[in-house]
Write a protein that binds this ligand. Structure first.
Ligand SMILES: C[S@@+](CC[C@H](N)C(=O)[O-])C[C@H]1O[C@@H](n2cnc3c(N)ncnc32)[C@H](O)[C@@H]1O
Length: 409
């Protein structure tokens, strides 16, 4: 197979950890860019990235690129692509345009020029024109405009890759599955390291960890947009899936615990884990969910890792205490009962370390959707506990918002 250019979109802040996955999938010339990672490789590498990546949101295939100053140049850019090799006119099409610092006034008009270019080109070549479908198109094209260049991408993923197919109820502010996978990767959590999420909500972090421990490719049971493209190599795809299926290890050693103050939320997390195919893990206790207040959290093992996103700012908190006072008590509890553990918290509240009276060893800026967050790492050393004398500091207000129109699709 000939080498092609691709772009893997991911939540901002996870680009570096995504490069590891892309190299493992066979990606070459892997380069971090804002909001994603560019790479080259065979189509097979792009199939593998779709199948195995836990961190990417989607994989795009770059099919065209040229300079532009005017809408007509967008039309011209589409004429340089062999659309007839990608799709038939009987298939439906959708075009989306994303721009950053583009001099063009109307993105709607830009989108129409790209769409017209593709449709005209196919009609000229085949005598027929594809129809447009907003929902469930056979082929989806993204045009990305920066100040001077238009890049045309064909979507290879379809449904975003973070949709693992198990989420029944959205619960309270759940993390996207690829952000949860990114937290595990940034923390360098690896099985069989015991893992606790004391604010587990719908269970995203521990469910993702169980999937990693069992070596299940996240895309094993879903379909992808590349399966509908002309020239789809079903043989190569079947081989990739067979290898991924053979790699699944249902008996992997693990101790994964999620707890939450809300019994209803815990019940939902258990149901989600069942839907994620983890019933056996629940049955034998390798994956556990418990209704416990994090202020009384119990260490499930002598050493391990806490990875969690506690309630903060814009999210609702239990009525019994403010989040600030609660996190102060959680800090005390961690120092008391988790010595030797490492704790990682994702929060938009920059003052979380001072609230918990813990000094962060590292912090990484990440975006949870539009919300700018910090992922703090704390080491919980033995003997570090002193009873609290004064009230905890007040929190900072949530920090700046991400500009939503300056990242790739
Ligand atoms: C931001 S959500 C976590 C979402 C989760 N990461 C997910 O993907 O679904 C925070 C969770 O903390 C829980 N919570 C609030 N106060 C708590 C406490 N004192 N102890 C334990 N859990 C608490 C809430 O019920 C909520 O489910």
């Amino acid at each position: 197979m000939k080498d092609q250019s691709f772009f893997a979109v991911c939540p901002s802040g996870l680009e570096e950890v995504l490069t590891v996955e892309l190299r493992a999938a066979g990606g070459e010339a892997v380069r971090v860019q804002h909001g994603g990672v560019a790479f080259t490789g065979t189509m097979r590498a792009a199939y593998a990235a779709n199948l195995h990546s836990r961190i990417a949101s989607r994989i795009l295939w770059q099919v065209g690129r040229r300079g532009y100053t005017h809408e007509q140049h967008l039309y011209d850019a589409t004429q340089e692509v062999r659309w007839q090799d990608l799709m038939s006119p009987q298939q439906t099409l959708r075009v989306d345009v994303t721009a950053s610092r583009s001099p063009l006034r109307s993105l709607e008009f830009a989108m129409l020029r790209v769409k017209d270019g593709i449709v005209d080109r196919l009609r000229d070549l085949t005598g027929e024109r594809p129809s447009i479908a907003r929902t469930d198109p056979d082929v989806r094209v993204f045009a990305f405009l920066d100040a001077t260049t238009v890049t045309l991408y064909v979507d290879l993923s379809g449904e975003p890759l973070f949709k693992r197919g198990w989420r029944a109820d959205k619960g309270e502010a759940p993390l996207k599955e690829n952000l949860a996978a990114g937290l595990l990767a940034l923390a360098d959590w690896r099985p069989p390291m015991p893992l606790l999420d004391p604010f587990c909500g719908s269970g995203t972090i521990v469910i993702e960890a169980a999937s990693i421990a069992s070596r299940r490719a996240p895309g094993l049971n879903r379909r992808f947009a590349f399966e509908r493209l002309k020239g789809f190599d079903s043989h190569a795809w079947r081989k990739l899936k067979d290898t991924a299926r053979a790699a699944v290890d249902e008996s992997a050693e693990a101790l994964l615990v999620g707890s939450d103050i809300s019994t209803r939320v815990v019940e939902q997390a258990v149901a989600n884990a069942g839907l994620a195919g983890l019933q056996a893990w629940l049955d034998d206790g390798r994956l556990r969910f418990e209704a416990i207040d994090a202020r009384n959290a119990i260490a499930p093992a002598e050493h391990g890792m806490i990875i969690s996103n506690p309630p903060y700012g814009e999210q609702s908190a239990p009525k019994s205490a403010t989040v600030v006072a609660m996190m102060a008590n959680v800090g005390d509890r961690l120092k008391q009962a988790f010595s030797g553990w490492e704790a990682w918290f994702l929060t938009s509240d920059r003052s979380l370390p001072s609230q918990m009276r813990l000094r962060e060893r590292r912090k990484t800026v990440l975006f949870n959707g539009p919300l700018e967050c910090r992922f703090f790492r704390f080491e919980l050393v033995a003997g570090g506990y002193r009873p609290r004398s004064s009230a905890a500091a007040l929190p900072d207000l949530p920090t700046g918002r991400r500009r939503t129109n300056d990242s790739r699709p």
